[in-house]
Design a binder for this molecule. Structure first.
Ligand code: NAD
Length: 365
């Protein structure tokens, strides 16, 4: 398959394949855009059926990171990496170190972090080979870093509150019914916050143990994996898989709001228009789930300056996700466009403004 002609290529700056015979590492690093800064994005370890699937995933995810950084007001570019294989079978310290050497070869153009299938311990192995890694354990009072999931959940929680206020006119989540698909790292923290705010929860996951744990903590009702799409609730919060808003699920959804942490929730962009036509308010995924990225940005800044701190600034920045969503909802209402299109417009405007500055600088040389 030609990479440059791939339907998801979308003007990527660089796509690099890495192969390490000794450790079995097979990885792709995609750098979509570095206009705003170095490309920062997580490393996903996934048992892709075929290399083409891995390529499509990394291209889509890295473009999403460009938009996520731009709309979140961060001086970062968009990139992502994937390692092909089942994380439970292939991950060894040596394999993660080989991934670290791959990142190092990109000389700071790509900064790696956690994603599905990787954790803080993996980042520590990567750190042995490169400084271009974030999501390391937080050391010292108030220092940003560590598992980004709690802060991704915080941003998602604030985003759900903004969506509920905009669509249902309610200042509180008390009594609001929320279905959560996936109670893993982000979903679990989100459920705890929602429960504390008085929301009524309906949860599903393939991991029974985790489901029981969250049920015991929050009093949530456990529902079937497929049943989640048919529930008559206010908010559907996808926190597991991508592409779950598609032609099959759309006809089943009875919710008023879709707002969750998963990346690439819309199978295709046109599904955003269908949600709008059905009067469902969609909080664009890369906006509402930016909390983890914002947190690792402050971790990186603290590292560069050699100072402690970062968590306070990260939390303040994450609270502004609600303002960004309100701007998107307002643009969507004013222009009568789907929220995913409104979000893209705002992100592209920011990238465009930077391009103009770069062009002026080039002319001056
Ligand atoms: P995770 O792997 O910890 O959790 C995902 C959960 O989904 C797991 O408990 C898994 O068992 C469950 N799951 C898998 N298949 C399922 C299915 N068919 N139905 C229901 N549940 C299923 O991942 P996470 O870190 O919590 O991330 C969740 C989502 O949020 C992912 O899409 C991720 O890309 C996105 N995200 C995460 C972060 C972060 O900080 N962790 C940041 C931004 C976006």
């Amino acid at each position: 398959m030609s990479v440059i002609e791939h339907k998801e290529f979308n003007g990527h700056e660089q796509v690099v394949y890495f192969n390490d015979e000794k450790t079995g590492l097979k990885a792709i690093i995609a750098i979509h855009n570095t206009n705003l800064g170095p490309a920062l994005g997580g490393c996903r370890v996934w048992d892709y059926a075929h290399e083409d699937e891995a390529l499509e995933d990394v291209l889509r995810l890295s473009r999403g990171m460009t938009y996520k950084a731009a709309i979140s007001g961060l001086p970062l570019g968009g990139g992502k990496s994937v390692i092909i294989g089942d994380s439970k079978k292939i991950k060894t310290p040596e394999l993660m170190q080989a991934m670290g050497r791959s990142v190092e070869r990109l000389a700071g153009r790509y900064i790696i972090a956690e994603d599905v299938g990787t954790c803080v311990e993996d980042m520590l192995e990567i750190r042995k080979e490169t400084k271009n890694v974030v999501g390391l354990p937080a050391i010292g009072d108030g220092k940003a870093g560590g598992d980004p999931s709690p802060l991704t959940a915080l941003g998602t929680f604030e985003g759900i509150k903004a969506a509920v206020k905009h669509r249902l006119g309610k200042d509180s989540l008390n009594g609001i019914k929320v279905s959560v698909q996936g109670v893993g790292h982000v979903g679990a923290y989100l459920c705890r916050m929602l429960s504390e705010a008085g929301a009524e929860l309906f949860i599903t996951d393939i991991n029974q143990e985790q489901l029981e744990q969250i049920k015991s903590e929050t009093g949530a009702t456990i529902v079937g994996l497929d049943e989640i799409y048919d529930l008559d609730v206010d908010v559907f919060a996808p926190c597991a898989l991508g592409a779950i808003i598609n032609d099959d699920t759309l006809d089943r959804l009875k919710v008023t709001i879709v707002a969750g942490s998963s990346n690439n929730q819309l199978k295709e962009d046109r599904h955003g228009q269908i949600l709008k036509d059905r009067n469902v308010l969609y909080a664009p995924d890369y906006v509402i789930n930016a909390g983890g990225l914002i947190n690792v940005y402050y971790e990186q800044q603290a590292k560069i300056s050699g100072k402690n701190g970062g968590t306070g600034e990260a939390r303040v920045h994450i609270m502004s996700i609600a303002d960004t969503l309100n701007e998107i909802f307002a643009l969507s209402d004013k222009e009568n466009i789907p929220t995913n299109v409104a979000a893209d417009r705002i992100a592209e405007k920011r990238l465009q403004n930077i391009n103009n500055v770069v062009d002026i600088d080039r002319k001056a040389c």
